[in-house]
Design a protein around this ligand. Structure first.
Ligand code: UT7
Length: 330
């Protein structure tokens, strides 16, 4: 019997309509379009507006569109993992909320938090479930409403992040297509440099935590940059060498969109020219769990059956990893 792999057989993203440009941010904090573009490449990002709207709004819209686009019966979905760092609430899981919103009655699921590497962690988890035969059809969502934890008086962080997400359908494949290999890492000592101080069990919300603005993203940009630039490049290179692949074999690199300089360093180490690298950071900023599947969605028409694609991420935790995918459809 041929080996079963898990293949991405459909993808759909959803981005909120409201656009926050660098010109808008110039009016909110002491910054300039020139500084933002030169340091991060971001020109604009999307913001989810509306009372009561959270990450489930992004995820449910992405999943609804995915089911329609792939003509999939909602009853056939057995698992939904939502990779997010900004769940609607501490519990229940946003995955459960999304299932309810889109009518997935036979799926179980959970949220997975690995910051910006969450989508790769979730994709790996769902793929292993399919490969084992435990599950036939799964949906993996990568979505974040980063604007809910960004301090729009902090010029160092508010310029980078945006809201958005995307969902992929995963199904078994017996022709050798789909997810080929996954390498994942974590290092909890990185917590010092990138975290959200309050709102969890270690420091529950209080009047003081709100007054001290402790519910927002805390990032030591330079320290994170140093780790990100080496770890993401190293893991991208590792997945190539481990599998005997050369840059010639690779059709596309799909990097987490945090900073173009980190992306460039990763592509250089892997020997990949700019034309093989997906970059849309200028339009959406860093959507955390959304970046990689949003890229796949934007480039979907350019992907061909059998294309070797490397997905690479680095994020808070620290967490990082790479996934090698053989694209499964035209
Ligand atoms: O997504 C997961 C993980 N996250 C990342 O991978 C992010 C990694 N880090 C980065 O991408 C970069 O560190 C940033 C884009 C966040 C910042 O770029 P940087 O080149 O590291 O800038 P910096 O934080 O070292 O700041 C340089 C200077 C500082 O001024 P002084 O101290 O040199 O006088 C900042 O105060 O730029 C100042 N600055 C700004 N100036 C204008 C910081 N933010 C701004 C701003 N506009 N928005």
């Amino acid at each position: 019997m041929s080996k079963i792999t898990a293949a991405i057989t459909g993808i759909n993203a959803w981005l909120p309509e409201t656009v926050l440009t660098n010109a808008d941010l110039e009016k909110m904090v002491d910054t300039t379009d020139e500084w933002i573009v030169s340091r991060s490449c971001v020109k604009e990002r999307r913001i989810l507006k509306g009372e009561g709207k959270g990450t489930s709004t992004i995820g449910a819209n992405a999943v609804q569109g995915l089911l329609k686009k792939t003509n999939t019966n909602p009853d056939s979905i057995e698992l939904l993992i939502c990779a997010t760092t900004t769940p609607d609430m501490q519990f229940p899981a946003t995955a459960n909320v999304i299932c309810d919103m889109v009518g997935l009655k036979h799926a179980w699921g959970f949220d997975l938090n690995a910051a910006c590497s969450g989508f790769l962690y979730a994709l790996t988890t769902a793929a292993r479930m399919i490969e084992s035969g435990a599950i036939r059809r799964a949906i993996v969502v990568g979505a974040d409403k980063m604007s809910s934890i960004i301090d729009y008086t902090d010029r160092a962080t508010c310029i980078i992040f945006g809201d958005g997400g995307s969902a992929v359908l995963l199904e078994p494949n017996s022709n050798g297509l789909g997810i080929q290999d996954c390498i994942m890492y974590s290092d909890g000592s990185g917590k010092a440099h990138l975290h959200q101080k309050a709102g969890g069990s270690a420091m529950p919300a209080s009047k003081e935590t709100v007054e001290q603005r402790l519910h927002y993203v805390y990032q030591e940009g330079q320290a994170v940059y140093k780790f990100a630039v080496s770890r993401m490049a190293d893991v991208g290179y590792e997945i190539l060498t481990k599998n005997g692949l050369t840059s010639e074999d690779i059709a596309w690199l799909v990097p987490h969109q945090a900073n173009k300089r980190i992306i460039d360093a990763t592509a250089r180490k892997m020997g990949l020219p700019d034309e093989k690298v997906m970059i849309n950071i200028e339009k959406y900023g860093n959507t955390t769990n959304g970046t990689i599947p949003i890229c796949l969605w934007e480039w979907e028409k350019k992907l061909h059956k059998g294309d070797n694609i490397i997905l690479c991420a680095f994020g808070g935790g620290f967490t990082w990893g790479a996934v090698w995918v053989k694209w499964a459809y035209e």
